[in-house]
Ligand binder design. Structure first.
Ligand SMILES: Nc1ncnc2c1ncn2[C@@H]1O[C@H](COP(=O)(O)OP(=O)(O)OP(=O)(O)O)[C@@H](O)[C@H]1O
Ligand SMILES: [Mg+2]
Length: 286
């Protein structure tokens, strides 16, 4: 199921003194199974864009078609769109509300009109998928859990609806390194093993570099780059000018390439770089 965006524009508070143009002629297509990161300085339109994808923000001008559903159409099937595209907001744990974890996670599937039998299976699976023990947490109040666990419960609430596309707006913000790693590992697993399309907004260029296979850079509401992590971060000067960081591993790979080390395309992690350098040395370990 593809997402096709054509000439998408968005203005907050149009025709008022507070008018703000947040999106400017956005054009892109996201195919099934992609892992796309959206980056850009604060206020560049990332959240405004991703909130269009499950119709939280309605299309003002231009077109947006999700799995054949035209979101510009006022009468489009919103329930269907929201079951296809799961949205995890920044600090999703702030939206937990129910008395127990089980009740919180089943809220979405209940709204989708699943039978109680289906709901029970989806809810338990989703809680286990995010790495929590169902028997231990099902009757606990979500408010008794740690910050990282709360975020996982919130994520389970979205996964219980079995979305084909998972949109995450800064999913690791405020987590410690272990919490970050757990969330990213889970998201990567969903993408690689279950084919879930992932669209992740992030300010952390290191996590983006290692996980996404395509990066979209937004600036002042427009898409200014749409390319692979390697090609994007090879443009060190442009990245810095946009107030973005060049990931450590990208800096290292750029340095090696500048010094005539012929790294193959696509190497990004420490392990991949070590393997590539060893191969160039004829197999002896670095
Ligand atoms: N509810 C709103 N009302 C009015 N203007 C808004 C609203 N939300 C965002 N904006 C404005 O729209 C523009 C884009 O904001 P958006 O939140 O999409 O940026 P962002 O890239 O997600 O930023 P950040 O990295 O800080 O989350 C900014 O100029 C912002 O001030
Ligand atoms: Mg934002």
């Amino acid at each position: 199921m593809s997402i096709v965006v054509k000439d998408l524009n968005y203005v907050y508070n149009p025709k008022s003194p507070f008018e703000t143009r947040a999106l400017h002629n956005v054009n892109l297509t996201i195919e099934d199974g992609e892992f796309v990161a959206i980056v850009g300085h604060t206020g560049s339109g990332k959240s405004t864009f991703v909130q269009h994808l499950n119709a939280l923000i309605r299309v003002q001008s231009g077109s947006l078609v999700v799995n054949g559903i035209n979101l510009h159409d006022k009468k489009c099937d919103l329930k269907k769109v929201r079951s296809l595209v799961g949205m995890v907001f920044q600090y999703p744990e702030n939206q937990l509300f129910a008395d127990t974890v089980a009740q919180d996670v089943e809220f979405g599937p209940k709204n989708m009109g699943m039978s109680q039998e289906e709901i029970d299976v989806c809810v338990k699976n989703a809680v286990e998928l995010v790495g929590l023990d169902w028997e231990t947490v099902k009757n606990k109040s979500p408010f008794e859990l740690s910050g990282g666990e709360k975020r996982r419960v919130a994520l389970a609430g979205v996964l219980a609806m079995q979305p084909k596309v998972l949109v995450l707006d800064e999913p690791t913000a405020g987590l410690d390194p272990v919490g970050k790693h757990e969330i990213l590992t889970l998201v990567k697993k969903l993408n690689e093993e279950q084919g879930v399309t992932v669209i992740m907004v992030s300010h952390d260029m290191n996590e983006v570099y290692e996980n996404a296979r395509r990066i979209i850079v937004m600036k002042d509401g427009a898409v200014v780059y749409d390319t692979t992590p390697e090609d994007l971060f090879a443009l060190e000067d442009e990245i810095v000018k946009m107030n973005l960081e060049v990931p450590y591993m990208a800096q290292f790979c750029n340095y090696l390439r500048k010094h005539h080390v012929k790294l193959p395309k696509g190497v990004r992690t420490v392990d991949e770089v070590l393997k590539a350098v060893n191969a160039l040395k004829g197999g002896s370990n670095v």
